[in-house]
Write a new protein. Structure first.
Length: 192
């Protein structure tokens, strides 16, 4: 086995171990997702912008991990997607997704050198409304609808695009079998 394949394999094993032990703060109750507000700490991410159907993101995730291996960037958490436009308003060939892998701060030295649609950036801490998409659920639409309703009833407003953090292998290719946390960045609503 080549050195680069061995490095990639090691990175994937590390990511799967981290993803498998990630804590979930919003537990499912009676088969329906429960919702919670949680703080996401500041972090550095290696990311790429992907254009196309969500079910074809596996190769893009693989390329991002391969890049991490070549650049000796160690992943530090599960893969997450930020959904940059609505699948209800745009055809699947034009869906935009920012695919992210949390990495260490030392990766910031590579910022601006990784390509036109791939880079490293620092994210500030922020609050999110969270729901768990359980394994076996293929359509997250109802979870998003209930989560957004809950956000506004709880006195919050969404401030950025929704995202999903995969707690099982994001390269598996079968979305229904993946467990994930659906997160929407929020801020407390204030009347000004």
């Amino acid at each position: 086995m080549s050195k680069s394949r061995m490095s990639l394999l090691l990175l994937l094993v590390i990511v799967l171990m981290v993803a498998g032990t990630a804590a979930i703060s919003a537990k499912s109750v009676g088969g329906k997702p429960a919702f919670a507000i949680r703080k996401v700490e500041e972090q550095v991410v290696l990311y790429t912008i992907y254009r196309g159907s969500y079910d074809k993101t596996g190769p893009a995730v693989g390329k991002l991990f391969a890049l991490a291996g070549r650049k000796r960037i160690t992943p530090r958490g599960p893969v997450s997607y930020v959904y940059l436009n609505s699948p209800k308003l745009v055809s699947s060939q034009h869906w935009l997704t920012e695919i992210r892998i949390p990495v260490g701060k030392e990766a910031l030295k590579l910022s601006g050198t990784l390509g036109e649609m791939t880079d490293v950036k620092a994210l500030p801490a922020f609050d999110v409304a969270v729901a768990v998409k359980p394994q076996g659920q293929a359509d997250p639409g109802p979870i998003y609808e209930r989560l957004f309703t809950w956000i506004y009833k709880a006195g919050y407003v969404h401030i950025e695009d929704p995202r999903e953090s995969f707690l099982s292998n994001a390269m598996a290719g079968n979305y229904a079998q993946m467990k994930s946390e659906i997160m929407v960045p929020v801020s407390k609503f204030t009347k000004d």
